[in-house]
Design a protein around this ligand. Structure first.
Ligand SMILES: Nc1ncnc2c1ncn2[C@@H]1O[C@H](COP(=O)(O)OP(=O)(O)OP(=O)(O)O)[C@@H](O)[C@H]1O
Ligand SMILES: [Mg+2]
Length: 235
């Protein structure tokens, strides 16, 4: 497929990279959407970890966990982020949702400069839903989202933004916006059948400019992160 963007960024989730025929196109801003506990933070860390293993630098922007918690979560999956922090290959930015004014200022001015200066190839922001909660009006949310996407695109980094879904519709983000503005949407779902069995599933809903699988595959969160099962059907 000659006209498809050549350079791909592997998510580090093997089955998913197969579904994406090699990975996410470089420079995309994509979202990983799902309900609580479906693995969004795990995905973000796995994505950053994959880059670090390949010598790429990364920035993890968190509205939930601070640096110590992030390191601890990483260690639970066997990913030692500390050494990369020490080497200056990884930066962790904790944004404080409770201090909207300071956080908005940082997103608008300090953060773009920091991302450019740091030269990050991968960015993970966990979560865009918490960031959006700081905005008062739908217009502000929209403006903020566009500004953030534009800012990231200018840096050339490939960015993952996690998003929470609506309580009554696990296929739509809380604000119903990011799935339209993002270049790609990966949906994580929690499924339960009549016998009470539970299964997590993953699907590429959208990935601009590439051909990809639309199949729904089941996955587990294990001691080494997200593992997609390529065989078998999802109930
Ligand atoms: N070290 C581990 N080994 C295996 N499974 C784990 C491990 N750590 C967490 N999990 C599983 O992953 C789930 C949490 O995943 P994660 O925090 O990535 O979800 P999330 O979508 O970010 O949730 P939230 O919306 O609450 O932030 C836990 O509820 C647990 O089931
Ligand atoms: Mg999380």
């Amino acid at each position: 497929m000659e006209n498809q963007p050549k350079e791909r960024i592997k998510t580090g989730i093997e089955g998913l990279d197969q579904m994406l025929r090699g990975g996410v196109p470089k420079g995309h801003v994509f979202t990983v959407m799902g309900a609580f506990g479906t693995g969004k933070t795990t995905f973000s860390l796995q994505y950053i970890w994959e880059g670090l293993q390949k010598g790429e630098s990364g920035i993890f922007i968190s509205l939930e966990e601070d640096k110590d918690a992030m390191i601890e979560t990483g260690l639970s999956y066997g990913w030692d982020f500390q050494e990369y922090l020490d080497q200056g290959k990884l930066a962790v930015e904790k944004l404080r949702p409770e201090d909207a004014e300071a956080t908005i200022k940082r997103i608008k001015s300090d953060l773009p400069r920091f991302i450019k200066d740091f030269g990050a190839e991968r960015i993970a922001l966990d979560s865009i839903s918490l960031m959006n909660m700081m905005m008062d009006t739908p217009q502000q949310k929209r403006d903020q989202l566009f500004a953030l996407s534009e800012m990231i695109k200018e840096t050339g980094a490939t960015a993952l933004l996690t998003a929470e879904v609506k309580d009554d519709n696990p296929e739509s983000s809380r604000d119903g916006l990011i799935e339209y503005t993002a270049d790609g949407v990966i949906l994580l779902r929690y499924n339960q059948n009549e016998s009470g069995e539970v299964q997590l599933s993953i699907q590429v809903k959208k990935m601009r400019r590439i051909e990809h699988s639309r199949k729904i595959k089941s996955f587990d969160i294990t001691d080494s992160g997200i593992e997609v099962h390529m065989e078998g059907a999802v109930f």
